[in-house]
Write a protein that binds this ligand. Structure first.
Ligand SMILES: Nc1ncnc2c1ncn2[C@@H]1O[C@H](COP(=O)(O)OP(=O)(O)OP(=O)(O)O)[C@@H](O)[C@H]1O
Ligand SMILES: [Mg+2]
Length: 263
């Protein structure tokens, strides 16, 4: 169970913080993420991503799929500026990230929640402290950090683990803490790398329901997943990568068919 009672608790829609950038005031609302001819290569290796073009609008829910090694995590890293494109342009909320000063990066990142494939929880802090870490860094009062962290933990069914070390949690529990941490700040954009990879089918449904609820409240959601059943069940726009190339961009039933053909 994600929380007692079965129905998801409501929270307020995230502020459209990206569009509050002073430089964007007065412009028509730009897409959340755009890539133009993006290539990513690490020195000495063949390119990991080749000539990627995509456009994800604000408020969309998008699956990113493809075989292991296809470049899903790398594409997400370009979206939260953990990596830079070798060639081409990445725009976040209309801003060319290559032109951002280093000081502008934390501001953009503040609006992005990330669920890492390997969780990246801090072992020396409790579960609740991990969830509240970003709020803490932003100077949120201590009581409010605790309160919001516990609420978020309740939403992923882990309030009872608030004061233990993440080292004492199972893989699926750590994954849910990582999701709670990504969502606690009401991000405008959620990037989730295999967020259900360690969950059983019942919890997978609960977490997907949480993600669709967050999306319905205005957060743009991008989920990298291998899981064909998720894609078939939720009928969302699906981008498919193979060997670093975007080979399909399908919606609804077409996306499900694409998965059953490639399974
Ligand atoms: N820092 C790096 N240096 C060199 N090569 C890298 C680096 N990071 C990723 N790669 C390579 O890029 C390719 C794509 O990796 P990526 O992690 O994006 O794949 P993925 O689609 O997320 O795979 P998985 O489904 O297994 O998570 C892999 O061949 C990987 O070895
Ligand atoms: Mg990956």
């Amino acid at each position: 169970m994600v929380h007692a009672g079965g129905s998801l608790q409501r929270w307020s829609a995230p502020p459209d913080v990206f569009s509050q950038c002073p430089s964007l005031s007065g412009t028509i609302s730009p897409a959340m993420i755009q890539m133009f001819h993006v290539t990513k290569a690490y020195p000495g290796d063949p390119p990991v991503l080749v000539d990627i073009n995509l456009d994800i609008e604000k408020g969309e829910f998008v699956f990113l799929t493809g075989p292991s090694g296809a470049g899903k995590s790398t594409l997400l890293k370009l979206m939260f500026l953990a990596e830079r494109a070798s060639r081409g342009q990445v725009l976040l909320a209309g801003r060319n990230v290559a032109r951002l000063r280093e000081s502008g990066i934390p501001f953009l990142r503040r609006n992005i929640g990330v669920v890492f494939q390997d969780f990246k929880l801090l072992p020396t802090r409790t579960v609740a402290e991990n969830v509240g870490f970003t709020l803490d860094v932003l100077g949120t009062p201590r009581d409010e950090v605790r309160d919001r962290s516990l609420k978020m933990l309740r939403r992923v069914g882990l309030e009872h683990k608030a004061d233990v070390s993440p080292l004492k949690l199972s893989g699926g529990e750590q994954q849910r803490v990582s999701l709670a941490r990504a969502l606690v700040n009401d991000p405008a954009l959620l990037l989730a790398d295999e967020p259900t990879g360690n969950l059983d089918p019942a919890l997978t449904v609960e977490i997907m329901d949480l993600l669709t609820d967050v999306n319905a409240r205005g957060t743009t959601v991008v989920v990298a997943t291998h899981d064909a059943t998720l894609i078939e069940r939720y009928q969302k726009r699906t981008l498919r990568l193979e060997k670093g190339t975007m080979v399909a961009d399908e919606r609804g039933a077409k996306a499900a068919r694409l998965m059953s053909q490639s399974a």
